[in-house]
Design a protein around this ligand. Sequence first.
Ligand code: SF4
Length: 260
Amino acid sequence: MFRQKQQFKPQTNKISLSPSEIGKPLLNDFCPRCFWFTKKFPIKDKHPFSSPMAGILSITDKYVKDVVKWHVQVLNQLPTWILNQLQNFYPHLDFENIRLIRPTSWRVSLFDGTCLLSGQADEIIEFSDGSLFIIDYKTAALTEYQTKLRPLYEAQLNAYAYLANKKLGKPVVGLALVYFDPEYKDLKDEVMLHRTKEKFLFGFNPTVVPVKLMDNEWVEDLCQTLFEILSLNSPPEGRSNCEGCNLLQDWLNKISNYLL
Ligand code: SF4
C-alpha cells in the first residue's frame, strides 16, 4: 500500500489510532512519511503560528446531537428530516421503534496489546432487537472535495462499528453520514434572504449518505497498515511526486539563522 524500505520493529510504547485517521491510507494523496511525522511530532493547538479557530463547528455539532436527542426522548421519534431519508435508504429497518445509546469513548487493544483504537461515535441508534445503527454528522457542503474525503469517513464509521461490536457485543446493521450543507449559496436566492428581514437566520440542508458496512477484518487491516508505519524508527519515504519535504527543508535552513 505504500513504498518503504525500512524494517518495521514493534515499539514498547503503545501506538494510538483514532477512527478518524484509520482511512487515511485509502486516500489518493496519502503519504506515509507525512503520517509518521505528524503522529510522532504532533503540533499542539497553540503553536507560535496558530490562529484562533471559530467555535461554530463544535456548536453546530452539539446542537444537532441535542436536537435529535430531544426529539427521541420527548416526542419519541427521530426528527422527520432524518427519519424520512433513513427509511428511504433502509426500508427493512424499523426507525420508528428505536432508542439512543449514549455515545461513550471506547477503546480496544489490537496486535497483542501494542496498539489502541479509541473513539466516540456521534449517534448510536438501537433497534428493538438489540442491533445498532451508527451515524456521523458532518457540517459541510457536499462538494467534490468532500467526495474525495468519503473513504476517510467510511473507514471512520466502520471503526465505530468495530468498537461498538467489540464493546457491546451487539451487531451493527447499518451506517450513515449526515451532511449539514449550508443553505446559503449566493445572493440570487432571494426567497431565503427575505426571511432574514426580522431575524438573522442561517439554515442547513441535512442529507443522509449511506455507508457500506465492512467486516472487522477490514478495519483491522487498515489499523495494521498504520501500525506498521508508526512502528518504524525513522520516517518512511514520502510520495515520489511531492516536493513538500524539500521546500520545508529549505525553509528551515533559511529561518534557522534567526532562531535562538
Ligand atoms: S513527501 Fe510531501 S506529503 Fe510526504 S511528508 Fe514530504 S511534504 Fe509531506
